[in-house]
Design a protein around this ligand. Structure first.
Ligand SMILES: C[S@@+](CC[C@H](N)C(=O)[O-])C[C@H]1O[C@@H](n2cnc3c(N)ncnc32)[C@H](O)[C@@H]1O
Length: 204
């Protein structure tokens, strides 16, 4: 989907994603000391806002102006005098170049794009990780299509944690975890299990 498509999706009255952080982001970051974070494909900013509330200084990048506008109004409400902890950047990840080694935590959550754009974005994300910093990539796993629920139904935009690990090879990160993770969710048809790709890597 292009930025106009995402803008349309974010222009309704409801939040498209949850107000709180993604569970994998929460699991990884809950006990980390606050520092600089970079959230690529940040959408409405649920992860970036949560980090900023915990004292992080966050750069949130997305190509949807509508998604970022929503993040901005949420920031005004939730961060108050600390609204400057969140910097919103409207940019296309096909071109965006983050500060090299500039972030203690880099998040790419549910960026579901074709292989070429994904590889480019994940390599840029890897290069942004500071020494001793972490890269977290979460996505709807390729396996989610046949054995999970929800997420994009186009196999071309799905990937595994191993795919993500291959993408960042040679960019100086050590992979700590690269695995599928299951998420129990409630649907109109009852409880279901979604399958996510989970990659955690760090720069030694
Ligand atoms: C499924 S949403 C995930 C949003 C957020 N990471 C989250 O977990 O709530 C995917 C996001 O990727 C963004 N996106 C897709 N392709 C992009 C690109 N080429 N450059 C920048 N953002 C992009 C979309 O605008 C959208 O906000």
């Amino acid at each position: 989907m292009d930025s106009a498509g995402w803008d349309r999706r974010y222009t309704g009255s409801e939040l498209v994603w949850s107000a709180g952080p993604n569970r994998w982001v929460q699991e990884v970051a809950a006990d980390l000391p606050a520092g600089n974070a970079l959230d690529l494909a940040a959408g409405e900013g649920r992860n970036a806002l949560w980090l900023a509330e915990r004292g992080w200084t966050v750069t949130a990048v997305d190509f949807s102006a509508a998604g970022l506008a929503r993040a901005s109004s949420l920031a005004a409400r939730r961060l108050g005098e600390h609204a400057d902890r969140l910097q919103l950047v409207e940019a296309d990840l096909r071109e965006y170049v983050p500060v090299r080694h500039g972030a203690a935590l880099v998040i790419v959550a549910y960026l579901q794009v074709g292989e070429q754009v994904r590889r480019h974005a994940l390599r840029a994300a890897a290069d942004a990780v500071a020494p001793a910093g972490l890269l977290l990539v979460v996505a709807h796993d390729s396996d989610n299509l046949a054995h999970g629920v929800g997420g994009p139904q186009d196999p071309a935009v799905l990937y595994t944690a191993q795919d993500a690990a291959s993408d960042i090879e040679g960019h100086g990160l050590q992979v700590l975890r690269a695995e599928p993770r299951t998420r129990d969710i409630t649907t109109d048809e009852g409880p279901r299990t979604a399958i996510d790709a989970f990659l955690l890597a760090h720069r030694p």
